[in-house]
Design a protein around this ligand. Structure first.
Ligand SMILES: C[S@@+](CC[C@H](N)C(=O)[O-])C[C@H]1O[C@@H](n2cnc3c(N)ncnc32)[C@H](O)[C@@H]1O
Length: 293
C-alpha cells in the first residue's frame, strides 16, 4: 500500500468512527445499553458508548447544577442592588438590551438593505443532535437581529420538515423571511457565500447583497463543504477577515450565530476589528492584532 493509500484508509476509519459517535448521540439509553452487550461492537466503540451512557445518566445532576448557578446569580444580583442602595458608587450590572418592537423584515427596497441568509440545504450532513444545535443558533441570530443597532434582512432559506419538526413553535411568529431554497429565492449575482475556506477576504458588507451562511453544525466533519458547493454553483465565496484583525487561539471556523453576529456588528461599527471583538465570544481567546496586515 502506498503512503497515500494508507492515509486515505486512515481517514476513512476516522470518518466512519466519528459518524458512529454521532449515531450514538441520537440513540436512547436502552439502545445504547443493548450495544454494550453486543459482542460484534469493538472495545473502542464500547468506550464511546459508555461515555454517552454516562452523559445521559448525569442529566439530572447537570440540571441541578444549572439551577444552583441561577440561584447564585440571582442572589449576587440582589446583593449588588442592596449595596447600590447604600452606596451609589457601587456599579449595577448593565441592563439587558430590550428587543425592538417595530417590524424589521420587509420585501420593499431590496437594494437598500443588507441581507443575511442561512442556507438550510445541509440536513443530510447532520445528526439529530447537530440539527437541534442549529435550531438554537437560528434562534440566537433572530434575537441578535432584534436587539442590535443596525438589523439586517434575515432570511432562512429552505426550512425542511425535518428541521421544523422539533422547532419551538414560536418560530412561526418570528420577524424574519422564511424563503425558498437559496438558489430559487435569489439571483446568483446577488449572493456572497461566506466560507472559512475561501482564499478571498470579505472587506465590505454592502446593501443589495445577500451574505450566505451555511446552515451547518458539523464539528468540522465536512471540512470545506460549503466552499466546494459555492464553487460548484459558481458563486463568490469570502472568508471573514479574522487573521487580518484578530489573534485567535482556537480554529477559525465559527458557528452560524457567531458569523451572523460578526456581520451585524460590522453593519453598526463599520470597523472589522471592533466588530469581530464584539461578536466573537471571549472563550475563543480573540485578541485584537496590534499591527494589521
Ligand atoms: C460551523 S460552519 C460550517 C463549517 C463547514 N465545515 C463548512 O464547510 O463550511 C457554519 C457556517 O459558518 C460560516 N463560517 C464559519 N466560519 C467562517 C469564517 N471564518 N469565514 C466565513 N464564513 C464562516 C460558513 O458559511 C459555514 O458554512
Amino acid at each position: 500500500m502506498s503512503n497515500d493509500d494508507t492515509k486515505a484508509a486512515e481517514s476513512n476509519v476516522d470518518t466512519s468512527q466519528s459518524d458512529l459517535k454521532h449515531q450514538y448521540r441520537s440513540m436512547n439509553l436502552e439502545q445504547l445499553k443493548a450495544l454494550m452487550n453486543d459482542s460484534t461492537v469493538s472495545k473502542n466503540q464500547k468506550k464511546k458508548i459508555k461515555k454517552q451512557i454516562q452523559w445521559m445518566e448525569s442529566v439530572d445532576g447537570r440540571k441541578d447544577r444549572r439551577k444552583e448557578k441561577r440561584k447564585q446569580r440571582a442572589l449576587k444580583k440582589k446583593h449588588l442592588f442592596e449595596e447600590h442602595e447604600k452606596d451609589a458608587s457601587v456599579e449595577l450590572p448593565p441592563k439587558p438590551k430590550k428587543p425592538r418592537k417595530e417590524k424589521i423584515s420587509t420585501t420593499l427596497g431590496f437594494s437598500e438593505h443588507v441581507h443575511v441568509a442561512v442556507d438550510l440545504s445541509f440536513d443530510e450532513y447532520m445528526t439529530n443532535h447537530d440539527l437541534s444545535k442549529l435550531r438554537k443558533q437560528l434562534g440566537w441570530c433572530y434575537q441578535e437581529n432584534r436587539r442590535c443597532a443596525k438589523p439586517v434582512q434575515y432570511h432562512i432559506c429552505g426550512l425542511s420538515d425535518r428541521m421544523k419538526g422539533d422547532m419551538d413553535q414560536s418560530y412561526i411568529n418570528w420577524d424574519v423571511h422564511f424563503d425558498l431554497p437559496l438558489y430559487e429565492q435569489f439571483k446568483k449575482e446577488d449572493l456572497v457565500y461566506l466560507s472559512s475556506e475561501s482564499p478571498d477576504v470579505l472587506e465590505m458588507v454592502e446593501a443589495g447583497k445577500v451574505y450566505v451562511i451555511g446552515g451547518l453544525v458539523d464539528h468540522n466533519r465536512h471540512k470545506g463543504l460549503t466552499h466546494r458547493i459555492a464553487s460548484e454553483h459558481g458563486l463568490i465565496a469570502k472568508r471573514l477577515p479574522l487573521e487580518e484583525h484578530i489573534d485567535m487561539k482556537t480554529r477559525k471556523v465559527l458557528t452560524v450565530n457567531h458569523v451572523f453576529n460578526c456581520i451585524v456588528a460590522f453593519c453598526e461599527l463599520q470597523d472589522w476589528k471592533q466588530a469581530l471583538m464584539r461578536a466573537i465570544p471571549a472563550r475563543k481567546g480573540a485578541l485584537p492584532l496590534q499591527c494589521e496586515t
